[in-house]
Design a protein around this ligand. Structure first.
Ligand code: GTP
Ligand code: MG
Length: 295
């Protein structure tokens, strides 16, 4: 099997196919069959410009041009997890020339007036909607996510309740309520990185060549789960005091990580109610701190 297939490519294997493992402005870190298996490639702007212009003409309201451009741009711009075509240049800059069709896609529509939609995950086999068993717990929020997920393309959804070790008397009622809301719409997993509870169920979903995408509020334990699956320190996590939330390292960019078991995880920055924290060009909340480290 070639490297790009190990990274989840299911189409015909031809030269110049890459998968985005991380994005840095117009530069993308790709895994591929060329160049020893990875490459830094630049997005060829002209190859994407036509589509953005078309989207703008369709909508055509001058006041909304910027929002439409941003929305259109994101729809055609590669993000972590995307498969792309690139032109390999062994002597210089390799160029991404095409975004390949996504086999699954999860987005939120219109989180602010500034952009049409926000792409949260692409090309996943399994979307983990994560929430912790503490003050973060909200059945209503999960319900909103599942409603959004109902018009997603492809991929399965699991609702993952984290930090089960923090369970307190009375939590049964919250968990039963969640169960009722989720029944028939998604799978529910209950896990704890502390005790290992539920990890077998997670591992069963982490089969070779499958991609798991983690989404959920900041601090629910996405990076911790990634580290547990990876069997080491991949993503930075810092111990926080549960009661204050202080001293936490928060993930600031999306990254696709290959696990030793052959599955992949896309760890994402925590989602705020109205935006994603951290990622520079993903900042949606006016005036929100851009600091990577919270003190
Ligand atoms: N008690 C308990 N704490 C956990 C568990 N999993 C993670 N934590 C703690 O929760 C805090 C936040 O974990 P992270 O993994 O950084 O959370 P995250 O979802 O990646 O957060 P962002 O990157 O900000 O989106 C850390 O202090 C972890 O040690 C768990 O199962 N039980
Ligand atoms: Mg994180």
């Amino acid at each position: 099997m070639t490297r790009i297939e190990e990274f989840g490519w299911r189409g015909e294997v031809v030269p110049g196919i890459g998968r985005v493992v991380s994005a840095h402005g117009d530069y993308y870190h790709l895994v591929c069959n060329e160049a020893g298996g990875e490459i830094l490639a630049r997005r060829k702007k002209s190859a994407f410009a036509g589509k953005a212009t078309k989207a703008r003409l369709v909508t055509g309201r001058a006041a909304n041009v910027e929002a439409v451009e941003r929305g259109a741009d994101e729809a055609v711009r590669p993000v972590t997890g995307d498969f792309v075509k690139f032109r390999y240049n062994p002597r210089g800059e390799s160029m991404i020339t095409e975004l390949l069709p996504r086999f699954s896609h999860f987005e939120r529509k219109d989180p602010t007036a500034r952009r049409k939609s926000q792409t949260l995950a692409v090309n996943f086999d399994e979307l983990f909607v994560m929430m912790s068993l503490n003050e973060n717990f909200s059945t209503a929020r999960v319900d909103r996510y599942l409603t959004l997920a109902e018009d997603r393309d492809g991929g399965d959804v699991s609702v993952v309740v984290t930090k089960m070790d923090l369970r307190q008397p009375g939590d049964e009622d919250y968990l039963a309520d969640l169960e009722e809301t989720v029944a028939g719409r998604a799978r529910i997993l209950h896990i704890s990185a502390r005790t290992g509870e539920g990890m077998d169920a997670v591992r069963a979903l982490a089969q070779p060549r499958r991609t798991l995408a983690f989404i959920g509020s900041s601090g629910v334990g996405k990076s911790t789960l990634l580290n547990t699956l990876a069997g080491g320190e991949w993503a930075a996590v810092q111990e926080i005091q549960e009661w204050s939330g202080k001293g936490r390292h928060t993930t600031t960019s999306r990254e696709l990580v290959m696990l030793p078991c052959g599955a992949m995880v896309v760890d994402t920055p925590g989602i705020r109610e109205i935006g994603i924290m951290g990622e520079r060009d993903e900042m949606l909340v006016k005036g929100e701190s851009t600091h990577r480290w919270r003190k």
